[in-house]
Write a protein that binds this ligand. Structure first.
Ligand SMILES: C[C@@H](N)C(=O)N[C@H](C)C(=O)O
Ligand SMILES: [Zn+2]
Length: 227
């Protein structure tokens, strides 16, 4: 794992909202393997992201990362959770319209995730200065992730929230018009120019082209002690 870096060490200006370290995600608890709320990436992915951040800062925006390197044990946690059909407690916010049995088939979660290769990340854009974002309180009443009154994330309008498993999160969904459509294209074009490609099912998910470990799925925990 000598090829990995902590993103904050490469660019301390990029905002973090590491959801799988918290209970505010589609499972509803901290995910296995997230020992610290950090973004770990391969060095080339972190350097490419730094170049995107420089452009964002020049335009009065900042990137905000939700998830970066994801250990295999975290993916295994998602798979275990998906098999337990009795547990649908986060459905009202994260997959209100999709049957829990279809989350993998429909491309929203992967059993073998590019995130475990270390050059894939989930992110958005925030206008500077960042708006205050209230903390999520476990057990609070959930609002669906494409409703106008959804959980108040401080990102610019993207039409749906992070990890909103719905066709409305497909990057080029034709129902996403106006500012939200423009904002998705702002993120995508900046990332593509820096060498990333987008997952068409999720406006927030990008993988570095020519990634250094295209066939290796890592399992070390998310922690400053790399490896
Ligand atoms: C779960 C979601 N944030 C995500 O990253 N989905 C893709 C398909 C993945 O799991 O690799
Ligand atoms: Zn992702």
């Amino acid at each position: 794992t000598s090829g990995f870096v902590v993103l904050r060490d490469v660019d301390p200006t990029i905002l973090h909202d590491i959801r799988y370290y918290t209970a505010h995600n589609f499972v509803g608890t901290r995910i296995d393997g997230y020992r610290q709320p950090l973004c770990i990436l391969t060095k080339p992915a972190a350097l490419a992201l730094r170049s995107v951040q420089r452009e964002m800062l020049a335009q009065g925006y900042s990137l905000k990362v939700y998830d970066c390197y994801r250990p295999e044990r975290a993916v295994d946690h998602f798979v275990r959770w998906a098999r337990d059909l009795a547990d649908q407690r986060m459905k009202p916010e994260f997959y209100p319209q999709v049957d829990k049995t279809r989350l993998f088939e429909d491309g929203y979660i992967a059993e073998k995730s590019g995130h475990s290769r270390g050059s894939t990340l989930d992110l958005t854009i925030v206008k500077l200065p960042p708006r205050y974002q209230r903390p999520y309180v476990a057990g609070e009443k959930l609002v669906n992730c494409y409703a106008p009154n959804r959980f108040p994330d401080n990102m610019i309008e993207m039409g749906t929230g992070y990890d909103c498993f719905d066709t409305l999160s497909h990057t080029d969904d034709p129902r996403i018009t106006g500012k939200a459509g423009e904002n998705r294209q702002l993120l995508k074009s900046a990332m593509v120019a820096a060498g990333f490609r987008n997952l068409p099912e999720e406006w927030w998910h990008f993988t570095l082209n020519g990634e250094p470990y295209p066939d290796t799925y890592f399992n070390f925990p998310v922690s400053r002690r790399l490896g």
